[in-house]
Design a protein around this ligand. Structure first.
Ligand SMILES: C[S@@+](CC[C@H](N)C(=O)[O-])C[C@H]1O[C@@H](n2cnc3c(N)ncnc32)[C@H](O)[C@@H]1O
Ligand SMILES: CC(C)=CCC/C(C)=C/COP(=O)(O)OP(=O)(O)O
Ligand SMILES: [Mg+2]
Length: 302
């Protein structure tokens, strides 16, 4: 199947949805209304200033070692600019790692970014694979932003964001080569989420998530995990819930990577910047006390 076929089918689905029973409204619950408003209003400098570095706007965190040589002297007048570029480099490295786990993707494949934010990961995916990338977000502001960036880059024929609940997408059953959640699965029920990924993925397709999850070995969500939930109005799941809900929905983990040690340098650097938001200590403390983990899970749709 070509991407045009899928695109046509998607349009037909959307058109049909206007009066058909398959229609699932963008805002299925009052909670989703809160989340849509949250992301519509979001304009934190830590996200916009980092995105301005090269036009890739992310709403996720970073991985990898800090390049101290690139940062140079902290007393230098250009230090803060270099620090922002370094944080952004680490966030893009995170998205690149997620894409590394999608498996072989062809130009005529379609990928789905569930909870696409301002679209940074979608742009990177299209630039790497040359394929179609469909994103969904609850926020009309984010979707507009992502589509505007795609137009500016001349890739709007391949990359598209729309306002839609990731639990009820308009994508045809069994036609998507790979799909992902990049720090967006803590807003939804995991059984519902993986049922929808499982529905849209082709057999043998790949699902990848990078997420923060609480560690069942700690016992229960720690006070820091509760702080992160309150800060973002989200509901962080445990590692156990991820693995159980995947198993329930024909998603078989192929790789489970603990990225906690890889994300700590990002947080420790961010905590020293002028762009702090106040949540840095909760991440650092919970990663260090073992109550919270930064995880990549790549799973095969069987
Ligand atoms: C932290 S941001 C991550 C954005 C993006 N994945 C990235 O890496 O830059 C969380 C995203 O999840 C989206 N989201 C939350 N619940 C959703 C839902 N039920 N359906 C679609 N998107 C949702 C939000 O609108 C937001 O775009
Ligand atoms: C790992 C976990 C638990 C993530 C929660 C989801 C979330 C809000 C991610 C970052 O978004 P952002 O880039 O908008 O946040 P910030 O403004 O802090 O950079
Ligand atoms: Mg951010």
């Amino acid at each position: 199947m070509t991407s045009t076929d899928l695109s046509t089918n998607l349009s037909a689905d959307v058109a049909a949805s206007a009066g058909a029973s398959v229609f699932i409204p963008a805002l299925a619950t009052p909670y989703q209304g809160d989340i849509a408003r949250y992301w519509d209003r979001e304009a934190r400098p830590v996200n916009l200033r980092l995105g301005d570095v090269d036009g890739l706007y992310h709403h996720h965190y970073g991985i990898g070692d800090v390049d101290r040589t690139a940062l140079g002297d902290a007393d230098d007048s250009t230090y803060e600019k270099k620090l922002i570029a370094e944080l952004h480099r680490l966030e893009s490295a995170q998205a690149a790692l997620l894409l590394d786990h999608l498996g072989p993707i062809e130009r005529d494949d379609t990928l789905v970014d569930a909870g696409c934010g301002r679209g940074g990961s979608m742009v990177m995916a299209h630039q790497r694979f040359g394929c179609r990338v469909e994103g969904v977000t609850l926020s009309a502001k984010q979707a507009d932003f992502a589509n505007q960036r795609a137009r500016e880059l001349g890739i709007d024929g391949h990359v598209r964001a729309r306002v839609c609940d990731m639990l009820g997408t308009p994508f045809e059953t069994g036609r998507v080569a790979a799909s992902w959640n990049n720090e967006s699965s803590m807003y939804v029920d995991l059984e519902d989420l993986f049922a929808e990924h499982s529905r849209i993925l082709a057999i043998g397709g790949r699902y990848v998530t990078i997420t923060g999850c609480w560690n069942p070995r700690y016992g229960q969500p720690s006070k820091y995990v509760s702080q992160i939930n309150a800060h973002f109005e989200c509901n962080i799941h445990s590692r156990r819930e991820y693995l159980r809900a995947m198993a329930d929905n024909r998603l078989v983990p192929q790789a489970v990577i603990d990225l906690t040690p890889a994300t700590l340098p990002y947080w420790e650097l961010r905590a020293t910047s002028s762009l702090v938001t106040g949540i840095e200590e909760a991440f650092i403390n919970s990663y260090k006390d073992g109550s919270f983990q930064y995880l990549l899970i790549a799973a095969d749709r069987i």
